[in-house]
Design a binder for this molecule. Structure first.
Ligand code: SIN
Length: 530
């Protein structure tokens, strides 16, 4: 029998959006947070640069909106941009009230840095570990709250659909696998909130932690939610290039403080690509580096900080300086070898202004969601802000959901065979998906490459499908199945966009089209959900 747990609000994921939602919603009911490893295993915890907000005296909501719209390349929803930027300021102050530390000027005001695409200094930060600091403060607040409970080492398998109980469609919780015991539980909830983050692991080179396997997007698509603009994958221009450095980001704030991108022979190149040079928008900088690497055949370019004051660099970027030093690079003396890598999923589950998806009682907040803020390319450090604003808005509306939960037990049914080949199937398929996505659906795309990717992902998904339903469910198989579906959604969305815009660049349609459209996928006319 499947164990059943009832709660008011089920939150899947424990980054900034999930924790902030929990704190707000706990004022109205019981919250259960499910996270597949430890609470700290989130993209938020890895965010280095900071949180963009109108906090400086020379800045304004209009200026921040303007920069966001330019970088978003015609696909931002301006109303959402205004809402996020205007409301976000108050939430940054709330983070401070909750105990988050930010770097301060001598007069106590926020010390603000700059990142690519921003025409003003507006990124509040704590050293170069802003995300970890926010995560710490929120986690401490959540742990103290009597209405919030946390289930670590539990991974959601699939969402529970009311349709199975003969009533209207909608979601009422999730099946969850307890990683330690291997038992599957059904968690019933009045509202289910996906805060599962992005899908960087779909690419072989990424700045994301191992947990970023697109679980929320895959589950939402399977239950029937619309998923939008998945072709817009942001490649961060500067991830450390070193055989022993796994997914280590070199924050854009280094360029914000004067770091210069150079070729390995010491010459600069960004002046040939954008007036803001090394601080141009990410899509432009990542494509420029990709182009230079293809021309030169070199494995990386350099980010040079050696002309800046040594003490300033060490004090401002202690975490990056320490990690590079461990690998034998003194960033005050030697340029840092860097390459682009998958960093952020700009598309996601389509939501309204309150994080409500197209499936009743199912919400999505943070990177997993597509709100319309980021358009075709995300302005640096706007995402933590979006997480706060939509978490708070969603918490405000879920309190009005009072529909009774379905009567009856949700039974988890799957194969119960175990197989010693499990690990091989997972690791081979995992590796193949990530490499094919990098080669065929990366920074520069074409019809031929996308077609090759489509053929391969269909074969891989067939193999995964057979295996998945015959064998006992495991966390690795759940992630692989989700990763494969998300890869398929990216390929499909990229194939449907017959233009180059923002982060999507294809050799077959290098120009922007006059019509501006979102790519919306639904299981009725998109890739198979299973
Ligand atoms: C960075 O520190 O460069 C990342 C900031 C972001 O992705 O918003």
């Amino acid at each position: 029998m499947t164990e059943t747990i009832a709660t008011d609000y089920l939150v899947l994921g424990s980054g900034i959006s999930g924790l902030y939602f929990a704190l707000n919603a706990a004022e109205h009911g019981k919250v259960t947070i499910v996270t597949k490893r430890k609470v700290r295993d989130s993209n938020t915890n890895w965010a280095q640069g900071g949180i963009a907000a109108v906090l400086g005296e020379d800045d304004s909501v209009d200026d921040h909106v303007a920069d966001t719209l330019v970088v978003g390349d015609g696909l931002c929803d301006e109303e959402v941009v205004r809402i996020t930027i205007a409301e976000g300021i108050g939430h940054v102050h709330r983070l401070v009230e909750l105990g988050t530390r930010f770097a301060r000027e001598d007069d106590g005001s926020f010390e603000l840095t700059r990142e690519g695409g921003h025409n003003k200094r507006r990124v509040a930060h704590y050293q170069d570990i802003t995300g970890a600091e926010i995560q710490r403060a929120l986690h401490e607040a959540v742990e103290k709250h009597p209405n919030i409970s946390i289930l670590e080492e539990h991974i959601a398998i699939d969402l529970l659909s009311r349709a199975k109980f003969g009533s209207e469609t909608g979601c009422f919780g999730a099946f969850v696998l307890d990683n330690k015991s291997g038992n599957v539980k059904a968690i019933y909830a009045k509202a289910t909130i996906l805060a599962t983050g992005g899908a960087g692991k779909v690419y072989v080179y990424t700045s994301n932690p191992d947990v970023a396997t697109g679980d929320g997007i895959a589950m939402a698509y399977r239950i029937g939610a619309n998923v939008s603009n998945m072709e817009f994958v942001q490649f961060h221009p500067t991830v450390l290039f070193h055989p022993h450095a796994k997914s280590f980001l070199i924050s854009e704030a280094l360029r914000g403080e004067g770091g210069i991108l150079k070729l390995r022979d010491g010459s600069t190149f960004m002046e040939n690509y954008h007036p803001l040079k090394s601080l141009g928008p990410r899509d432009v900088v990542a494509r420029a580096i990709d182009n230079e690497l293809k021309k030169s055949g070199e494995p990386s370019v350099h980010l040079d900080m050696t002309h800046l004051d040594d003490d300033f660099v060490r004090e401002r970027f202690p975490n990056i300086a320490r990690r590079c030093a461990e690998l034998g690079i003194d960033i005050t003396k030697t340029p840092i070898p860097v390459v682009p890598a998958a960093h952020y999923q700009c598309g996601g589950i389509e939501v309204d202004h309150n994080g409500q998806t197209s499936v009743p009682h199912l919400f999505a907040i943070g990177e997993v969601a597509w709100t319309g803020l980021h358009g075709a390319c995300r302005l640096a450090s706007n995402s933590l802000l979006e997480g706060l604003v939509f978490a708070s808005r969603a918490a405000d509306v879920v309190k009005d959901i009072n529909d009774p939960l379905p009567q009856g037990e949700a039974q988890w049914l799957s194969g119960d065979a175990t197989d010693s080949d499990d690990a091989i199937v997972v690791s081979l398929n995992w590796d193949e998906i990530r490499r094919l996505m990098w080669s065929y659906v990366g920074i520069v795309r074409s019809n031929k490459r996308l077609e090759r990717a489509r053929r391969r992902i269909e074969l891989l998904r067939n193999e995964i499908r057979e295996y998945y339903w015959d064998f006992k469910v495991s966390a690795d198989m759940i992630e692989l199945r989700n990763l494969a579906l998300v890869a398929h959604l990216i390929i499909e969305s990229a194939s449907r966009r017959r233009e180059s815009r923002g982060l999507h660049y294809t050799l077959d349609f290098p120009e922007k089209s006059d019509t501006v459209e979102n790519t919306v996928l639904h299981k009725s006319d998109g890739p198979s959900p299973r």
